[in-house]
Design a protein around this ligand. Structure first.
Ligand SMILES: [Zn+2]
Ligand SMILES: [Zn+2]
Length: 119
């Protein structure tokens, strides 16, 4: 049987979710016009809702402090439920480190979760 693995790239989650495609496009444009990329409900890198890829190591950004515990120099774990996200540091405890950057991660996840459940 012939394998057609090269065709797999064509099927993206984007095409199955018109809401996601629309919001991705709108936020791509908004970002070019000055929207903070970390305020987005969609991910310009992974082309998905933020909560679907926020657990990726790509979303740990020591420079800005997003998903990052500065005192421990350690990435934060993300716990998602239906409506919100919680961040916890595996080194120093379970609380979301209360920094502007980590609050922004939580807020953007809440927006993306709300957007998917609104459908
Ligand atoms: Zn992403
Ligand atoms: Zn810590």
């Amino acid at each position: 049987m012939r394998r057609r693995a090269h065709l797999r790239l064509v099927t993206s989650a984007e095409s199955e979710d018109p809401t996601l495609s629309a919001v991705l496009d709108a936020e791509d444009l908004a970002e070019e016009l000055g929207l903070d990329p970390h305020a987005r409900a969609t991910c310009g890198l992974h082309r998905s809702w933020l909560h679907e890829c926020v657990t990726s190591p790509d979303h740990v950004i020591p420079l800005t402090g997003h998903r990052w515990c500065r005192p421990c120099a350690s990435p934060l774990e993300v716990h998602l439920d239906e409506t919100t996200a919680r961040l916890s540091c595996p080194s120093c405890g379970t609380r979301t480190p209360d920094t502007a950057a980590n609050r922004q991660v939580v807020r953007a996840c809440r927006t993306s979760l709300a957007a998917t459940h609104a459908r």
